[in-house]
Design a protein around this ligand. Structure first.
Ligand code: NIG
Ligand code: FE
Length: 399
């Protein structure tokens, strides 16, 4: 097997603890140690895995040498929440919101119509283009949800296509009750029955849009039914919760031991306390691109971090509430608008995302982890928030 030594790394952010292994997150590790920085570093990659990490002057010989000339390297971003399988766009809905209209999930139906009408080839092309955009911006792992098909055939197709680009696929048949169903219970029977049976083989996770204030999304009891059926089919649990109101999503995610509850925009003190109690099990995934694109108040990340909640950052890339594939944009928002430090935002976008996907092989640069590296056109990681909107990060291609 041939080995590559990546040298000339001005600043290597490993996101590994002082033992070089333990992933760091939130309040668990002292601030100064959170990033596990090595200056003038080198990394040896063999068989797609990290084989050695340390100072460049001590780097072993390898078959090939890639010199980064002082650039910074961080773990590739782990985007643990996206909806990349869709056709069409909803730019007009976005513009209407910027002119004062509110978001209630009603536009999802438009994306469902466009997605159903698209051929496999069209959907595959759109999906691959979006994943390529993500890689070009430093993302090396992405979770992809279904949820714009909402028939057994279209959900199964969405997940089959998603599986072509990632192992992290999520069945979101319970995104909304589609327009052709007047009877919510009949739709839930489908989602928890034949649709789940067809989709589960292509999915690792099940998710539900639990938001009682959105007319076509799901109540606590309905969401519990979806999650329990998904678990019965062997899927891990994720929840869209507390996006539009301090609803039951967090409560339910904690009750069922979900890997992640995503959005967390409106939280009660009881929600925060519940998330603290399950730190290590359930991650609060914040999606500030959504608040940007819906002109809503940002989640209070400081409140969560200071309390000791595990926090992740993700894009939620989708046609309705946040049409960006950029983790660097999300990091910049987290730092500028949510009171996170540059270090906290980077940890949340790497280790945090890995935790939200229950993965230990990604999100950090340590011996044995996947060699998923992002190179920055910058000398240090804090340029990500310092130079917002600039094309600084890209996934390092060692093939
Ligand atoms: O995560 N909240 C539910 N689902 C997506 C948005 C879906 C849409 O509006 O198309 C989200 O924000
Ligand atoms: Fe989402």
């Amino acid at each position: 097997m041939s080995a590559t030594v990546v040298t000339g790394i001005g600043e290597l952010v490993t996101c590994a603890g002082s033992d070089g292994q333990t992933p760091v997150l939130g309040a668990v590790v002292p601030a100064g140690d959170r990033l596990g920085i090595v200056v003038d570093a080198a990394v040896v990659v063999e068989g797609g895995l990290v084989a050695w990490v340390g100072p460049g002057r001590a780097a072993p010989e390898a078959d090939r040498r890639v010199d980064l000339n002082g650039r910074a390297v961080v773990p590739g971003f782990v985007d643990s929440h996206s909806h990349l399988v869709f056709a069409g766009d909803r730019a007009a809905e976005f513009s209407a919101r910027m002119a004062g209209a509110a978001y209630d999930g009603g536009g999802i139906g438009e994306s469902v119509d466009a997605t159903r009408a698209a051929s496999d080839g069209e959907l595959r092309g759109l999906l691959r283009k979006r994943v390529a955009e993500m890689r070009a911006l430093g993302t090396t792992t992405v979770e992809v949800k279904s949820g714009y098909g909402l028939t057994t055939t279209d959900e199964e197709r969405s997940l089959r296509l998603a599986r072509e680009v990632t192992e992290e696929t999520t069945f979101l048949g319970a995104h909304v009750v589609p327009p052709e169903f007047d009877d919510r219970t009949a739709y839930l029977d489908l989602v928890t029955g034949p649709m789940l049976t067809a989709c589960a083989p292509h999915a690792r996770w099940v998710d539900v849009f639990c938001e009682p204030t959105a007319p076509r999304a799901f109540t606590e009891d309905e969401a519990r039914r979806v999650l329990l059926a998904g678990r019965e089919a062997g899927l891990g649990l994720r929840v869209h919760g507390n996006q539009l109101s301090s609803g039951p999503g967090v409560r339910l995610a904690v009750e069922l031991g979900a890997a992640s509850v995503d959005h967390c925009t409106y939280l009660t003190d009881a929600d925060v306390a519940a998330l603290v109690a399950v730190a290590g099990t359930t991650v609060a995934t914040l999606l500030p691109g959504v608040e940007f694109s819906t002109r809503s108040p940002y989640p209070d990340a400081r409140r969560l971090l200071d309390a000791g909640v595990d926090v992740a950052l993700a894009t939620d890339c989708n046609p309705g509430t946040c049409n960006t594939a950029s983790m660097p944009f999300v990091l910049a928002l987290a730092v500028r608008e949510m009171g996170m430090t540059a270090a906290e935002a980077l940890v949340a976008a790497t280790v945090g995302g890995a935790r939200a996907l229950r993965r230990r092989d990604i999100g950090r640069v340590a011996v044995g982890s996947r060699a998923d590296l992002a190179v920055l056109e910058a000398p240090s990681h804090d340029h990500l928030a310092y130079r917002p909107g600039m094309p600084l990060a890209r996934a390092l291609d060692l093939s």
